[in-house]
Design a binder for this molecule. Structure first.
Ligand SMILES: [Zn+2]
Length: 237
């Protein structure tokens, strides 16, 4: 019953979202059947937010090796080109690469986006905390992030989001808008790093699964809104 209600609430904002477990079964099946990828030799990398709430979603891919963790706050691939290179070098012989990436957003049964009930907490909290913090700071028109050693990832995340600031604040749902903008940034960076590190990959194909993780509560699985499923032929880059 609760599952069905959540399903309805999630789909008012993300009509194509699927249960994260179903998404993983679907994607692994496609890789094997449509693309003839040997699942037993795939190394996974993730570029999702550090938040503990995202860990269960990545475990749905536990049949794969890894994960190599590229992501930091907000899900940006902070490990950079060096991280992409290391990931490329760790892939099993005659194997293949898989990268799971995207931002996350919480939702409550009341349809509050950007909030969620975390395990064993009475009150709702922000999700993604980093993105909701950026959003609250952006509401002050004089605010500018200053890159520094002690809060590097948050400042860099906010700096990357600056070009989207107006668009986010003008949107009907700023929580959703900042999440969508973050997806664009992560997706672009992952593609850029793959191109700049392409010679490091000793494989033919890299599978990408990008989208938005939607955190629910009450022990239900997360949802995932797929934005990009792509099998890149490394030799054609
Ligand atoms: Zn987060």
């Amino acid at each position: 019953m609760l599952q069905r209600k959540f399903d309805e609430v999630v789909k008012t904002y993300f009509p194509d979202a699927m249960d994260a477990k179903d998404t993983s079964i679907n994607v692994l099946g496609k890789m094997q059947i449509e693309h003839n990828i040997d699942i037993s030799k795939v190394l996974m990398a993730t570029s999702v937010c550090s938040d503990d709430i995202n860990v269960p979603s990545t475990t749905f891919f536990n049949v794969l090796f890894g994960p190599f963790i590229m992501g930091g706050l907000g899900g940006l691939p902070f490990a950079g080109q060096t991280g992409m290179t290391a990931f490329a070098h760790h892939i099993p012989d005659n194997g293949s690469a898989f990268i799971f990436y995207g931002p996350h957003i919480g939702i409550t049964l009341d349809g509050d986006l950007g909030k969620m009930y975390r395990p064993r907490q009475e009150e709702t909290g922000n999700s993604c905390g980093a993105l909701m913090l950026a959003l609250s700071r952006f509401q002050d028109s004089n605010y500018k992030p200053i890159i520094n050693d002690d809060d590097y990832q948050q400042m860099k995340l906010e700096e990357s989001l600056l070009p989207y600031r107006e668009q986010i604040l003008d949107s009907d749902n700023s929580q959703k808008a900042i999440t969508e903008a973050t997806y664009q940034i992560i997706d672009r960076k992952i593609h850029e790093h793959i191109v700049s590190c392409k010679d490091e990959f000793n494989v033919d194909r890299i599978t990408l699964l990008g989208g938005i993780i939607i955190n629910t509560d009450n022990g239900l699985d997360d949802y995932f809104d797929v934005r990009n499923f792509e099998v890149i032929n490394v030799n054609s880059l």
